[in-house]
Design a protein around this ligand. Structure first.
Ligand SMILES: [Ca+2]
Ligand SMILES: [Ca+2]
Ligand SMILES: [Ca+2]
Length: 317
């Protein structure tokens, strides 16, 4: 082979490797979030760097030893009679088949420790300064230490059709209230667990004499970390204990009627995400919901049917 042909081959090889390594479209975002339910009574478990760890009981149930996490995105499905797609419609190519199904669930759900998978979450990207406008979505996974990851269980979340470099990020979970950031840039860690991280709130704009400032997330008992509010069993973006249109009814129908006292599985009424729905006994899911609803800061008289404990994300246009 002549010297010029060798150079040509090298050039082709170099350009091919550059293409295969660097030509991914869109952007990857580094996100963190805590789900309150999965931190309740977590035995003060902490990660190697001292952060609270959520329980991963849906991945390995302490009651049955089984995995209840679905291998495909639950946010366009009906989970225990609750249609999750009402609040979590995909925009753009977020619904593409390779972006909604885990290709190797045994591998992804086989990881234990800090990076074990807790559940699926739903992420929306909204136009900077135009918060009603959803421009990209992904369903993805959250690890015990709060890292939100892609469907390989470890990579930052890929948004193939995202070209904007500044935007709002909203993150939702199927039985928690979601939250939306102020404008962020794609290079930075988007950390909803940090008390310093600025998030959107409705302030006094909802009327009723209510001020929603600083109530977009719950302050966790452990070192002031922020979590999503647990208890939205019927996924209507509101936490409500007593009828009508309440969350307790969901847990009521999911409870065990055969005598064991708990129902194992992937259920909306599992407040503490311990892989079972319980209606009586210690730390049962219905009493956790009741305490949540009655102790909300804007409900000082502890009304059981308080109707204004809401998710603070603007409605989509
Ligand atoms: Ca991690
Ligand atoms: Ca609700
Ligand atoms: Ca439970």
């Amino acid at each position: 082979m002549s010297f010029s042909k060798i150079l040509l081959c090298l050039g082709v090889l170099l350009s091919f490797s550059a293409y295969s390594q660097g030509d991914e479209s869109g952007q990857r975002l580094q996100l963190r979030v805590y789900l309150e339910g999965a931190l309740i009574n977590n035995a003060n478990a902490v990660s190697e760097d001292g952060r609270p760890l959520m329980r991963d009981n849906l991945r390995v149930s302490p009651f049955t030893g089984l995995n209840y996490l679905p291998a495909s995105n639950p946010y366009q499905t009906i989970v225990s009679e609750v249609n999750l797609s009402n609040a979590n419609a995909h925009v753009g190519i977020g619904n593409r088949s390779d972006l909604v199904s885990i290709s190797d669930p045994d591998q992804v759900f086989g990881v234990f420790g800090d990076n074990a998978i807790v559940d699926w979450v739903f992420v929306e990207i909204r136009k900077a300064g135009d918060t009603d406008n959803v421009i990209a979505t992904r369903s993805c996974l959250v690890q015990r230490d709060g890292d939100v990851v892609d469907l390989d269980g470890q990579s930052h979340v890929w948004f193939p059709d995202l070209t904007d470099e500044t935007f709002h990020v909203a993150i939702r979970h199927r039985n928690h209230l979601g939250v939306m950031s102020n404008v962020v840039t794609s290079e930075n860690l988007i950390d909803f667990t940090s008390p310093q991280f600025p998030v959107f709130d409705f302030g006094t704009t909802r009327g009723q004499g209510l001020n929603y400032q600083n109530l977009s997330q719950k302050v966790h008992i452990n070192q002031g970390y922020r979590t999503l509010w647990a208890g939205d069993f019927n996924a209507d973006c509101k936490v409500k204990f007593a009828m009508p249109n309440d969350d307790l009814t969901i847990a009521f129908y999911e409870q065990d009627f055969s005598g064991t006292g708990y129902t194992p599985g992937y259920f909306q009424g599992d407040f503490d995400m311990n892989s079972v729905v319980t209606f009586s006994g210690a730390n049962n899911d219905s009493s956790l919901l009741e305490a949540q609803a009655k102790n909300y800061h804007l409900n000082p008289t502890q009304l059981p049917n308080f109707d204004y404990f809401i998710e603070q994300i603007p409605a989509r246009n």
